[in-house]
Design a protein around this ligand. Structure first.
Ligand SMILES: [Zn+2]
Length: 397
């Protein structure tokens, strides 16, 4: 190539860079978008401006988006607010503009890392996403569980046992971002009954509570249930669900404010576990009989006393281990009293549809604790770790 041709090419490239910078500055694009424009093959093309009816302003169909990611496992300091490529939907997938994403305890486990579980990096957390389908403007939730829909487990409604089962934000990227992609069958249209933040608070914990109480423990009207941690997401859903079922609800929490919240959700009795031995109080409240069902998700901190709180033939359902993974129990107590210990993990799509009908009808109200901007996801997770929340912590995007 002749030298003057090279110089000419350099001149054109420089001029285009300057044009791009001017365009970016005059249109007020943020730095991330400017960067994308400048980096695109080192050649400048005017970005496509489209009206965004939802926001009532113009925006750029850009290749990057804001997201919270982590690139290695560890503490909340590993959560980085940055720009990453906007996900591109595949043939049977949908692009959702995220408006709200709820935190779940699973987010903490995934960030910290679990033995034998490989997470794709960099990773975007977030199981519970509410937003708008980018193409149609439809308001939707993203169902958190992804399964094949074909195998025996899926057909029997046990989606979470499917070999291909994945949870949004766990094995695949989730909703801590401006956009999320999901399979088309995971899209659930939602009404204006609740805000995006409230809708985002509902799916995972309501589904889990339904699977635990209705499917696994087969809770009956007139039975008594002990729900641990009234202020947790699953606790708030379980209290309301058990009351809807016609059961008597005893729950645990700490502090006058949270006790009042728990009662406002319908709990019949609330035990301050920091002041009283909950298993003794349960015995007292049930005239020595014990409860029919214990909803466990704490682990070693409460396990033995949870079993001790059960009536004969009682059922303990568990879906979590926030105080650690290993427990001990006296087997003689288990078999002599003929107790059942039932493991629970998410639930099926049919169960989700059932419980969301109750949410739509206002029988189960989404409980929002605090809303944070996306950039403050680390502070939001710390609030959950400090057990300060009553209800769901939400990221607003
Ligand atoms: Zn399957």
């Amino acid at each position: 190539m002749a030298i003057n041709t090279i110089e000419r090419a350099k001149f054109v490239a420089r001029r285009e860079q300057i044009d791009a910078q001017r365009f970016a500055q005059t249109t007020g694009m943020n730095r991330a978008i400017q960067h994308t424009v400048l980096q695109r093959n080192n050649r400048w093309h005017p970005p496509i401006i489209q009206p965004d009816l939802a926001y009532g302003r113009s925006f750029c169909m850009m290749e990057t988006m804001k997201a919270i990611v982590f690139k290695e496992h560890g503490g909340v300091d590993k959560l980085i607010y940055t720009d990453i490529p906007t996900p591109k939907p595949g043939p049977r997938e949908v692009l959702v503009r995220v408006r709200a994403c709820a935190l779940n305890h699973l987010d903490i486990w995934v960030r910290q890392g679990m033995p034998g579980v490989r997470i794709p990096m960099p990773h975007v957390l977030g199981c519970d996403t509410a937003g708008v389908v980018e193409k149609t403007g439809q308001k939707v939730l993203i169902a958190p569980g992804i399964s094949c829909g074909q195998c025996g487990y899926c057909k029997d409604g046990w989606d979470s046992l499917c070999d291909q089962y994945k949870i949004m934000g766990f094995q695949v990227n989730g909703g801590y971002a401006e956009f999320a992609v999901c399979p088309a069958q995971n899209i659930i249209p939602i009404s204006d009954r609740w805000t995006f933040e409230e809708w985002a608070a509902a799916p995972l914990v309501s589904l889990t509570a339904w699977h635990m109480l209705m499917t696994r423990a087969t809770l009956q009207a007139g039975e008594t249930v002990l729900v641990h941690a009234a202020g947790s997401g699953v606790g708030t859903a379980a209290i309301q669900l058990a009351k809807w079922r016609g059961a008597r609800v005893i729950t645990t929490t700490s502090g006058a404010e949270k006790i009042a919240f728990a009662k406002s959700l319908g709990a019949d009795e609330v035990i301050d576990y920091t002041k009283e031995d909950f298993s003794k109080v349960v015995r007292h409240l049930t005239a020595g009989k014990g409860v029919d069902v214990v909803l466990e998700h704490i682990g070693p901190e409460t396990w033995e006393k949870s079993l001790a709180s059960l009536a004969k033939k009682g059922r303990l359902v568990t879906c979590g281990a926030t105080s650690g993974p290993t427990v001990t129990m006296d087997l003689r107590f288990l078999f002599v009293r003929q107790l059942s210990v039932l493991g629970c993990y998410m639930g099926g799509r049919k169960e989700l549809n059932e419980v969301l009908k109750l949410v739509q009808a206002g029988k189960i109200k989404p409980v929002v604790d605090k809303v944070y901007p996306l950039a403050e996801a680390a502070a939001a997770q710390q609030r959950m770790l400090d057990r300060k929340n009553f209800g769901k912590i939400i990221l607003k995007i």
